[in-house]
Design a binder for this molecule. Structure first.
Ligand code: RBF
Length: 154
């Protein structure tokens, strides 16, 4: 039998930091609600959760970098919502945000979860923030808990 490592979904005692963009806040507030719901239901105490608001998704990597530093959080969540407009801004911001968030995880060794929606329309974003297609904030928080436990086991 191979040795298999599986991260459990128990967040008891885990410290989780959440960076959430205010841009498109009608969506990102729902992602945050979903994330907090998932954390509570997986035994993460409210007192172990820090929420930091930043202007937009562009700013998420820098905030995540600070949150991942100094061993102050076991996992970091980046929550944002990019909706494609008529200019290339969407592509620039989405690319830098995704790259930056990934870099923070690789450089810090702290699980940094990407909970940033990139959609063509507001409706698609709403669907992923609690309507038809679940809540990606909830999923991001569950992923964070699993990753902390996987990393602890490695
Ligand atoms: N931030 C987001 O989180 N989602 C967006 O869809 C978004 N669209 C933007 C479109 C334009 C034209 C600009 C200038 C900014 C946008 N931002 C968006 C804000 C961006 O992430 C950042 O906060 C600002 O550019 C300030 O650095």
């Amino acid at each position: 039998m191979p040795r298999e490592i599986i991260g459990m979904l128990d967040g008891k005692g885990m410290r989780v930091a959440i960076a959430v963009a205010r841009f498109n806040s009608q969506i990102t507030d729902r992602l945050l609600e979903g994330a907090l719901d998932a954390l509570r239901r997986n035994h993460v105490a409210d007192g172990d959760v820090t929420v930091v608001r930043c202007p937009g998704s562009w700013e998420l990597p820098l905030v995540c970098q600070r949150l991942a530093a100094n061993n102050s959080a076991d996992a970091v969540l980046a929550l944002g919502c990019l909706i494609r407009g008529e200019t290339p801004h969407f592509d620039y911001i989405a690319a830098e945000c995704a790259k930056g968030v990934a870099q923070v995880g690789m450089q810090s060794g702290v699980p940094v979860v990407f909970g940033v929606l990139t959609t063509d329309t507001v409706d698609q974003a709403m669907d992923r923030a609690g309507l038809k297609s679940g809540n990606k904030g909830f999923e991001a928080a569950v992923t964070a808990i699993e990753m902390v436990n996987v990393m602890r086991a490695l």
